[in-house]
Write a protein that binds this ligand. Structure first.
Ligand code: AMP
Length: 357
């Protein structure tokens, strides 16, 4: 167990790390963060911030030496340099290596009995056309690596579109288009001894490929499919001897839960847990990696809605506080271009006339 007063290292400097650092401070830990950017938002809330390249082996080693445990808030950290500090890392870099590659994660999940959208590896135009032949249209072409928030994705409506598409110069995967009723995610925390806690699955609404809203309770179909989705998520976590918080995203389809992707970290669709659950995803990540008991994950209000504050909306986001049910989180970012996640608002809602709150 890492006792309070110990030091947690965080790889990555964004809002997930920032909220993790705040939870770590609450539990009495020091935080050192490491990321390449000079102006990371985590730097505003942690004890020390190291701006260095992911491939700077000396800086990475010195960082790990100064920490009792190192975790991550960003899954596109290059995995290979992390092998040198693997004994400090939770989760282990093997989880990162799989989650970074859309093809590897689908194969990994298939081996554990999970179902993904039908897929086809694409490294050339010929592969793409063969994939279109096999999967039909519409289909979605995605870069295998580094995609996020709908970036690095192209919806292809016909063979002609596939022929005309300006192919990215990087390995891709073509996915068949899934007809789904809604989207949900399974978020779990796992300790080294195998203890696992799940949060309730929110219903996730996307706009322009970016998560816009998470709602709890979600649609009935999520309740029907979450058991199977959790079994898969737990199998993934157990197989990887996972320590920390792990997220798997699913489509709820007529034929059952369809795995979309995984993230070896806390997730935007779990931000509701800060006020909406007895213990947040960030606090349980700290507890899991430090070997503390996991906290109760239950939802604490009849209805919880989390909405992202995207781009220019940040300038007026404080107006949401006119509603006393609203909790505002702004991430401390200075520029607010279209499409950038600037913060979120969580509302805990009780039925009209309920005064138990
Ligand atoms: P992703 O980056 O894979 O999470 O994709 C972003 C969003 O695009 C998802 O949340 C879905 O709304 C949509 N999407 C991605 N892949 C598929 C698919 N194979 N079929 C239908 N919709 C998809």
């Amino acid at each position: 167990m890492i006792k309070p007063g110990g030091t947690i290292g965080i790889l990555g400097g964004g809002q997930l790390g920032r909220m993790l650092a705040i939870s770590a401070a609450q539990l009495g830990y020091r935080v050192i963060a490491y990321a390449p950017a000079g102006d990371a938002v985590i730097a505003q809330v942690c004890n020390e911030y190291i701006a260095a390249d992911w491939h700077d082996a000396d800086a990475l080693k010195a960082f790990a030496d100064a920490c009792d445990v190192v975790t991550l808030e960003f899954e596109n950290v290059p995995a290979a340099p992390l092998d040198a500090i693997a004994d400090k890392l939770a989760p282990h870099p093997r989880a990162l290596a799989i989650a970074q590659d859309r093809l590897a994660e689908k194969r990994f999940v298939a081996d554990l009995g999970g179902t993904s959208a039908p897929f086809h590896a694409v490294d050339s135009r010929a592969d793409l056309l063969a994939g279109i032949e096999a999967l039909g249209t519409p289909a979605i072409l995605k870069t295998r690596r580094d995609g996020y928030d709908g970036k690095g994705q192209w919806r292809i409506g016909s063979r002609e579109e596939a022929e005309a598409l300006d192919l990215p110069d990087t390995p891709c995967i073509l996915e068949g288009f899934v007809q789904f009723e809604c989207e949900f995610s399974v978020i779990l925390a796992r300790r080294a001894d195998g203890t696992v806690a799940f949060w309730e699955s929110s219903q996730n609404g996307h706009e322009d490929g970016i998560l816009a809203r998470s709602t709890l309770p979600g649609a009935a179909i999520i309740g029907q499919q979450v058991g199977e989705a959790r079994r898969l998520a737990q199998a993934v976590a157990d197989k990887l001897s996972y320590v920390g918080v792990l997220t798997l995203e699913f489509f709820a389809s007529e034929s059952g839960p369809i795995f979309n992707e995984m993230a070896p970290r806390t997730h935007n669709s779990g931000h509701w847990t800060i006020e909406g659950a007895a213990t947040s995803q960030f606090e349980n990540q700290v507890r899991a990696i430090c070997g503390l008991p996991l906290g109760d994950t239950r939802r604490v209000a009849p209805r919880v809605v989390m909405e992202n504050v995207i781009g220019p909306a940040a300038a007026t986001a404080h107006e949401a506080l006119a509603d006393p049910a609203a909790h505002l989180h702004l991430y401390g970012k200075t520029d607010s271009p279209e499409g950038r996640k600037m913060g979120h608002i969580t509302r805990l809602e009780w039925p009209e006339g309920d005064t138990s709150s």
